[in-house]
Design a protein around this ligand. Structure first.
Ligand code: ADP
Length: 279
């Protein structure tokens, strides 16, 4: 694995340059994440090229685009999960609160606490409901042990799960329904007091009722957290997100306020995608 430092900005060849993602900087204070000319490779294969945009704070940003266009790769770049894959490398930079996530001083464990992640398949630990949520605060020493129960309750409340589990905190997490397990995973991330919540197709394994529950929860959570969601579901993106980025062939083609992108896309490829001309 080679991780290229933020200072090493290699030049992308002219043949790669053709399409550029114009930087869009929404108004409303400094962005929580600032992505600068970010490129990523799996071995010789370039998965992301010239990604430059700013992700607004306390808002929901949706990333859409056909399968294989690099959405998940981008998401996993933010908390450096891609580094676990051998023979990957990147150039460019991603700043979290103005500081490069790739800087030498970055503690990756602390980064992944600050940038929580929820995956497509709910993945609770084979532990009790309580221990799933207490795991991060215990591991990271975020509070005194006598304060853990309060922290667990707070996280479960924020994830809109408390009322359903308050009487069965010692039960295995696997005894919960799929939708409840996904909210438990959200609670587990929230217990670490993250700034950013990354969600990689968090509803694709859920039924419509559980999906609606998670969507409502996201809208609630954006008051306190910045959320980035990858979704293949354009209706979901248009329902819940404030900003949407359209990825295509490893590039960010367009990044706009969601309403603008879905009603007046600037790029013909965005229009073709959102009108279902390719998928
Ligand atoms: P999306 O999330 O938009 O479906 P991905 O980020 O999963 O796209 O994939 C982008 C590209 O990177 C695809 O060509 C995919 O095959 C490739 N890719 C994803 N993961 C790996 C991996 N672990 N090793 C090699 N190539 C990968």
């Amino acid at each position: 694995m080679t991780v290229v430092g933020p200072m090493d900005r290699r030049t992308v060849g002219p043949s790669d340059r053709g399409i550029s993602s114009a930087p869009v900087r929404p108004s409303g204070g400094p962005p929580v994440l600032d992505v600068r000319d970010y490129n990523f490779w799996y071995g010789p294969s370039q998965a992301l090229a010239d990604i430059t945009f700013a992700i607004p704070r306390r808002a929901i940003t949706a990333l859409i685009g056909p399968s294989g266009c690099g959405k998940s790769t981008f998401l996993r770049s933010i908390n450096r999960l891609n580094e676990l894959i051998p023979r990957t490398r990147h150039t460019g930079d991603i700043l979290l609160e103005g500081v490069s996530v790739f800087s030498r001083g970055t503690d990756v464990v602390a980064l992944r606490r600050q940038v929580g992640m929820v995956f497509q398949q709910p993945n609770p630990f084979p532990k009790s409901i309580f221990d799933n949520v207490a795991y991060g605060p215990r591991l990271n020493g975020l509070c005194r042990s006598r304060d853990i129960p309060e922290r667990v309750e707070q996280a479960l409340r924020r994830a809109a799960l408390w009322d359903e589990v308050r009487d069965r905190l010692a039960s295995p997490a696997t005894s919960l329904s799929g939708g409840q397990q996904q909210r438990l995973c959200i609670a587990r991330a929230l217990a670490n007091e993250p700034e950013v919540l990354l969600m990689d197709e968090p509803c694709s394994a859920l039924d419509p009722g559980a999906t609606q529950h998670i969507e409502e929860l996201m809208v609630e959570l954006k008051q306190n957290y910045s959320i980035v969601i990858v979704t293949h579901n354009m209706q979901q993106a248009s329902r819940v997100s404030d900003y949407t980025g359209f990825f295509y062939l490893g590039r960010l083609i367009e990044f706009e306020a969601t309403k603008q992108l879905f009603t007046r896309p600037r790029d013909e490829r965005t229009e073709a995608y959102i009108t279902g001309r390719f998928g």
